[in-house]
Design a protein around this ligand. Structure first.
Ligand code: NAD
Length: 264
């Protein structure tokens, strides 16, 4: 199978680094014209330039907009009025004991992880339906199904994404538009690397030892027994964004190394 997305425009939120950057690069490699997004314009431009450098003939542009706010989403939509592919990737996580999580954090997690995708889907999906083709992918998490006791607010936001994604898929009946979510497990993105480096420092371990211990201790059922790479997650997202994935709609697709011990 050769995935060809030439002629399409893809918006990937939170794509100056981590999984989002790998997705933007993957989509650009498949021929999509990608919009790289981060909070600052300079970083977004630099990430777009890095994609153009890495992928011969790639089309990429940066748009600085904080998609955790209504104004930020409006800024992105004002700059890029139409998208064929929308990847709702921007998201935050922070381990915190339930009794220490204030209301403001619950609201912040909902704004960044859920409302960004809601607002941008509202803006871009009607154009997809009119043109009778489009792809929306929510980057959720294995934590949507196995709610982590050390960050229940994060789990809540990731489960909410599945509900929004499935609900939006219902609106695509009989069209060429699909809406799906992808559930990564522990993935070595820049954000997670900082977290693992902190763990290593606290425990007097190397980063590799800390990563391996984290998987064994906190995600013991993992079949791969390691962190995924950002490119391994991007591969699944590029596929589900492709024309070839036309019959995958309304699905919650796992890319989590088998942590979740159920068949369906
Ligand atoms: P990361 O922190 O490494 O990168 C996130 C990117 O989003 C950065 O480029 C950051 O600048 C950008 N960003 C953050 N807030 C933003 C905002 N308000 N507006 C615009 N851009 C913003 O994150 P990651 O680990 O690559 O995670 C990406 C997504 O994958 C998240 O939704 C996360 O919940 C999900 N996920 C990650 C893992 C993992 O282990 N890394 C596992 C499961 C799910």
């Amino acid at each position: 199978m050769k995935i060809d997305l030439s002629g399409t425009t893809a918006v990937v939120t939170g794509s100056t680094g981590g999984i989002g950057f790998a997705i933007a690069k993957g989509l650009a490699s498949a021929g999509a014209s990608v919009v790289v997004n981060g909070r600052g314009q300079e970083k977004a431009d630099a990430a777009a330039a890095a994609i153009i450098k890495a992928v011969p003939g790639a089309s990429a542009r940066g748009v600085g907009a904080d998609v955790s706010t209504a104004d930020g989403c409006a800024k992105l939509v004002a700059t890029v009025s139409s998208a064929d592919i929308l990847i709702n990737n921007a998201g935050i996580f922070e381990p915190k004991a339930f009794f220490d999580i204030p209301d403001a954090d619950w609201m912040r997690f909902f704004e960044v992880n859920v409302m960004s995708g809601v607002r941008l889907s509202r803006a871009y999906m009607s154009g997809m339906l009119k043109r009778n083709w489009g792809r929306i992918v929510f980057i959720s998490s294995e934590s949507a199904l196995n709610i982590p006791s050390e960050m229940i607010h994060y789990g809540m936001s990731k489960t909410a994404q599945l509900a929004v994604s499935r609900g939006l898929a219902e609106l695509t009946k009989g069209t060429g538009v699909t809406v799906n979510s992808v559930l990564p497990g522990p993935t070595m993105s820049e954000g997670v690397e900082v977290f693992v480096k902190d763990l290593a420092k606290q425990n007097g371990q190397s980063v590799e030892e800390a990563a391996s211990q984290f998987v064994k201790q906190h995600r013991g059922t993992s079949l791969i027994q390691r962190f995924a790479t950002v490119d391994e997650i991007a591969n699944m997202v590029v596929y589900v964004s492709s024309r070839e994935a036309a019959v995958t709609n309304g699905a919650a697709l796992r890319a989590e190394g088998g942590i979740i011990q159920t068949i369906a």
